[in-house]
Design a protein around this ligand. Structure first.
Ligand code: PRE
Length: 366
């Protein structure tokens, strides 16, 4: 195909115009199919499930597998991510609640996972995101769960203990922090008296701040977006946050990528009311509370090992029910329907322990 391309600008642009027209037709044909899928789902049941995470993961994986460039696998999957987002919105636009305000990394994660054709519902706290989804005000919610530098977001884990919601997806986001200032301070960085950011972001940029702004007051606020908003309203303050927050509040980026760890990543969870079918490459998150006796944790881990199940994470939190009692959060690399998982859960059911399946969901594709 490449040899047949013309080698002059008008000829190449003509070629691009023709290809664009074909791509556009095909996207609309695909959208018609999705609309029809929506109708079929409506006819099939009372409470149709329009969003199907397992199917989306399979579509995106297939896009990456068959891709032979020159467009990179991830870029190609991102394009398809948007196409599917548009198709799903034709079936039913998804309302997505997330830890706001607008411009947070959590919003960025929600757009990475669902694409841009969604109705965004920024909420001020993690428990409010849970409540909004539980009450049906949003179809799904997005909350941060752990950061590679700063560890788990305890509040999210603790909220799962009592919530009936299921985890139906995960998103990983590379977190880049920028030092941002109002336009008026761009050339007067020395006059900055206060630096605002979320406590985790301040911690992730500690060394950089110690080097560049020793002695300048650091203020922890609810989110990076809130920090950017405060900085935009003052004439003596800077904020640390992502690009979205800078754009949202009209701040100028003075220094980019100031995080101390270059591969600083945050993992977010998608929470919803329904369970997700197997996509072929899945994870299950479990909450386990075991008797406080020697060997209890060993026995639990040994059961997974015996069935050849991989654990990708284990986290312990105080159960808040009596001293020295802990609950464990585990991620197992298998779907809950997997016979090996079922065998382990049956074994646990015969023991003095409490097990709650928080959800099975596709391993993040993008
Ligand atoms: O296959 C489906 O169930 C669809 O609704 C179609 C489609 C798609 O565009 O491919 C759209 C939304 C779903 O989340 C999954 C896939």
């Amino acid at each position: 195909m490449l040899e047949q391309l013309p080698d002059n600008l008008p000829g190449l642009r003509d070629e691009i115009d023709q290809l664009d027209s074909k791509i556009q037709q095909l996207i609309n044909q695909r959208a018609l199919c999705a609309e029809k899928v929506g109708e079929v789902k409506m006819k099939a049941g009372e409470d149709p499930l329009f969003y199907r995470p397992e199917r989306e993961a399979q579509v995106l994986r297939r896009v990456m597998e068959r891709n032979d460039g020159p467009v990179g696998n991830e870029q190609m999957a991102r394009l398809f991510r948007e196409v599917m987002s548009v198709c799903l919105a034709l079936e039913e636009p998804m309302k997505i609640a997330f830890l706001g305000p607008e411009g947070t990394f959590t919003q960025q994660a929600s757009l990475k996972h669902f694409g841009n054709s969604i109705i965004s519902k920024p909420l001020p706290a993690i428990d409010e995101v849970f409540r909004e989804v539980e009450a049906g005000g949003a179809n799904y919610g997005v909350v941060p769960v752990e950061n590679s530098t700063e560890g788990v977001v305890n509040h999210t884990l603790d909220t799962f203990v009592k919530s009936p919601l299921k985890i139906c997806g995960e998103v990983e986001l590379r977190i880049h922090h920028h030092f941002m200032v109002p336009e008026s301070l761009k050339n007067q960085i020395g006059t900055i008296k206060r630096i605002y950011s979320h406590q985790q972001s301040l911690a992730q940029c500690r060394e950089w701040l110690d080097r560049r702004f020793p002695g300048v007051e650091r203020h922890a606020v609810g989110s990076n977006a809130e920090a950017a908003k405060i900085a935009s309203e003052r004439d003596d303050a800077a904020a640390i946050g992502g690009e979205m927050a800078a754009t949202q509040y009209g701040l100028a980026i003075h220094a980019s990528n100031i995080e101390d760890e270059p591969d600083n990543t945050t993992r977010f969870l998608i929470i919803g009311r329904e369970t997700v079918l197997s996509s072929g490459k899945d994870k299950t998150s479990l909450l386990i509370s075991a008797e406080n006796r020697p060997g209890a944790l060993f026995g639990m881990l040994e059961a997974f090992a015996r069935k050849g199940l991989d654990l990708s994470r284990i986290e312990s939190r105080p159960s808040r029910q009596g001293n020295w009692n802990y609950v464990f959060f585990l991620d197992v690399l298998a779907h809950n329907d997997d016979p090996a998982m079922q065998a382990v859960l049956e074994e646990f059911a015969t023991k003095p322990m409490l097990v709650k399946v928080l959800g099975s969901y596709p391993i993040a594709v993008l």
